[in-house]
Design a protein around this ligand. Structure first.
Ligand code: SAM
Length: 384
């Protein structure tokens, strides 16, 4: 069934049941609806009344949420725990049906945890580093499923499934890797009652999309009631999309593409983290590019050289990528298209910054070593 709500703004049966279930269980979900929020049909949360800054947008009690494991664990290991819990507590599992049904179906969401490992698809990145990053992560999911990952047995599926062989047999790999993606991308990190940070599935709040600087809510956990509160950080008008900042790393497209499989055109444009001087995917780069890009003439020119050499090394140009994306009889899947859109956006941003840096180099200072003549000159001045 479709994960999208119909265009007449009525909720699909799945989403109506979610809201009903939450209300029956003490949640506050009054002035919000789940709707298509972007051209591509992206689902998100929308305000159905005005909210003032500081006002509560939604409250989800702790008993409607699921702690899936320690926040440092990869999606595959969290998936093992979630599936095991569903088998171990069938009654509890049944009561959560309205929530499970609100989650996206297999094959509609991707992240490094459940990526398509077809080499032709990975090659679309035009970047070996990103290909490897996806491979390492997706292979971990595959290995945890097969029970051959280099980690504790209890973190791998066959060991946990051994207790429920018949039920476990009915769970296909497709579902496992989908769960690995969900536990990594549809979860929040919050401390439990013992102050241990957990990955938590929070119904409804996990339908809110990411927005960087300028998002209109944040999520907090009440230390006494353990409930999750979504609070407006600015006035929100009726009809506006509700957003929050998952993390600022997502403001770089390589991070967002690999971890959540979306890309953005940002204003001002931001380079991929791997295209920053000494940048890499696992670092946090919360500030604008301008704060990271060099000021010293030699360093600026070195970075312009990096960007231009890299741009020349790509097998396709932006124009070629555009042609591929707009070709009428294209055999590209939506997954392929997203990766091509990613690489096109990456190139565009590299060109943009190369141009700005080339300008900046014209008036930049130099930290080059003093020549003998300069040194002698300074010495004479000191003597005087
Ligand atoms: C926590 S869920 C948010 C709800 C999701 N849109 C849904 O309908 O189930 C995270 C997923 O939403 C999508 N998403 C979140 N923020 C986005 C954004 N700014 N642009 C595009 N897609 C986004 C990505 O597919 C991501 O994996």
């Amino acid at each position: 069934s479709s994960i999208l709500s119909p265009s007449d703004h009525e909720h699909s049966p799945e989403l109506s049941s979610l809201l009903e279930w939450l209300k029956q269980n003490g949640a506050t979900v009054k002035n919000v609806k789940i709707d298509k929020v972007r051209d591509g049909g992206l689902r998100g949360l929308v305000a159905t009344a005005n909210f003032k800054a500081g006002e509560l947008v939604a409250l989800i009690p702790n008993h409607c949420t699921v702690d899936v494991g320690h926040y440092t664990l990869p999606g595959a290991e969290l998936a093992v725990q979630l599936l095991w819990r569903q088998l171990e507590y069938p009654e509890w599992n049944r009561t959560f049906e309205p929530y499970w049904n609100s989650l996206p179906q297999w094959g509609t969401i991707y992240s490094k945890e459940n990526w398509n490992l077809d080499p032709d698809h990975l090659a679309l990145f035009q970047e070996p580093y990103l290909e490897h990053y996806v491979q390492v992560n997706a292979n971990w999911t595959r290995d945890a499923w097969a029970g051959v990952a280099a980690t504790d047995k209890e973190k791998q599926w066959p060991h946990m499934a051994a207790k429920y062989p018949r039920e476990a047999q009915r769970i296909p790999y497709e579902q496992f890797r989908h769960y690995a993606c969900l536990t990594a991308t549809y979860t929040f990190v919050f401390p439990d009652k013992n102050q241990v940070y957990q990955r938590v599935m929070v119904p409804l709040l996990d339908l809110v999309n990411h927005y960087g600087i300028g998002s209109n809510t944040f999520v907090t956990k009440n230390p006494t009631t353990q409930a999750y509160h979504m609070v407006a950080t600015k006035d929100i008008k009726k009809g506006e999309e509700i957003t929050h900042t998952y993390n600022m790393d997502n403001e770089r497209n390589d991070y967002a593409a690999l971890n959540y499989f979306f890309i953005q055109r940002l204003d001002p444009p931001r380079l991929c983290s791997i295209d920053l001087p000494e940048g890499h995917l696992d670092a946090s780069f919360p500030e604008f590019d301008d704060h990271y890009l060099p000021r010293d003439k030699a360093a600026i020119l070195a970075h312009v050289d990096y960007l231009e050499t890299k741009l020349k090394s790509f097998p396709t140009t932006i124009a070629k990528d555009d042609n591929l994306l707009s070709a009428r009889k294209s055999k590209l899947t939506w997954l392929d298209r997203r990766v091509i859109e990613f690489r096109k956006e990456r190139k565009w941003t590299m060109q943009h910054w190369a141009k700005i840096l080339r300008e900046r180099a014209k008036t930049a200072y130099s930290l080059h070593q003093m020549t003998d003549i300069e040194a002698n000159h300074n010495f004479e001045h000191t003597e005087l």
